[in-house]
Design a protein around this ligand. Structure first.
Ligand code: MF3
Ligand code: CO
Length: 254
């Protein structure tokens, strides 16, 4: 959507503040030995307590084999996105964990993701996380009116190259605000000046994903979980922002 009215800004800010509060609490609560299903239940309760709606639950995009069955996506190590939070998925020391979550509040949709480790994590994991976080900040800085979606991909590529990490292929960000996914799509491998033009007021979910390997992906047997083909570990950070004349306004503080 393009945010124009005071009401749009007010509602989007409220939705973003709620979602970042929920995600922060979920990450803080996650401990070795817990299951992803437990965290998913907590996520659903927290969102409903605010009077908001879990937007991933029962979401069925074109081409999906079945509707997404949970509130929270939990993807561990070589899983990059859309991991299903089953009771069999148990957090282990050193795991690289991605939580991705979305909600709608009064019809306004926001989306965000974070990567963290169970315990300290090894040094390579810490580097993967800090580089992906850096890529997010660079990607957001590139989201200016008159720029193109490819400029966001180019910003991500610069950070990935600097840290000698791969970019996860075939996945990217998207517009948001009135639905889980809106056009335009934001290719994380885009090139400068290519893609759709970015306009003032656009609500965008920007989500760089970097990996320790080559970047090719594959879909797991559950038909939702997307994994790295070479089984390398991967990280993702995502925020929802509003494009403004100045720096984008971040709705979902990390
Ligand atoms: N944040 C995720 C994305 O942009 C949305 C996942 S929807 C779900 O792809 F249904 F897969 F959970
Ligand atoms: Co998203």
């Amino acid at each position: 959507m393009i945010a124009t009215t005071d009401e749009d800004f007010k509602q989007l800010r409220a939705a973003g503040t709620m979602l970042s509060g929920v995600l922060k609490d979920l990450v803080a609560a996650t401990k070795e030995g817990m299951t992803a299903a437990e965290l998913d239940l907590m996520a659903e309760h927290a969102i409903k307590k605010y009077g908001a709606v879990p937007s991933f639950l029962n979401y069925q995009p074109d081409g999906a084999a079945y509707a997404y069955p949970a509130t929270l996506c939990v993807s561990i190590n070589d899983e990059i996105v859309h991991g299903i939070p089953t009771p069999q998925k148990i957090f282990r020391q050193g795991d690289v964990v991605k939580f991705d979550i979305g909600l709608s509040y009064n019809g306004y949709f926001v989306d965000m993701a974070r990567t963290f480790t169970i315990g300290e994590g090894d040094e390579r994991a810490r580097k993967l996380l800090s580089a992906t976080r850096e890529a997010l900040d660079a990607a957001i800085a590139a989201a200016r009116p008159g720029a193109h979606t490819g400029d966001i991909g180019a910003a991500i590529a610069r950070v990935a190259a600097k840290h000698r990490l791969g970019i996860v292929k075939d996945l990217g960000g998207h517009a948001v605000g009135k639905a889980v996914h809106e056009k335009p799509y934001i290719d994380n491998e885009g090139a400068e000046g290519e893609g759709d033009k970015i306009e003032e007021g656009m609500v965008l979910a920007i989500e760089p994903m970097l990996c320790e390997g080559k970047g090719d992906i594959t879909v797991a047997k559950d038909e939702w979980t997307i994994k790295m083909r070479d089984r390398s570990r991967a990280a993702q950070f995502e925020q929802t922002v509003i494009v403004t004349k100045g720096a984008p306004e971040v709705l979902t503080a990390l």
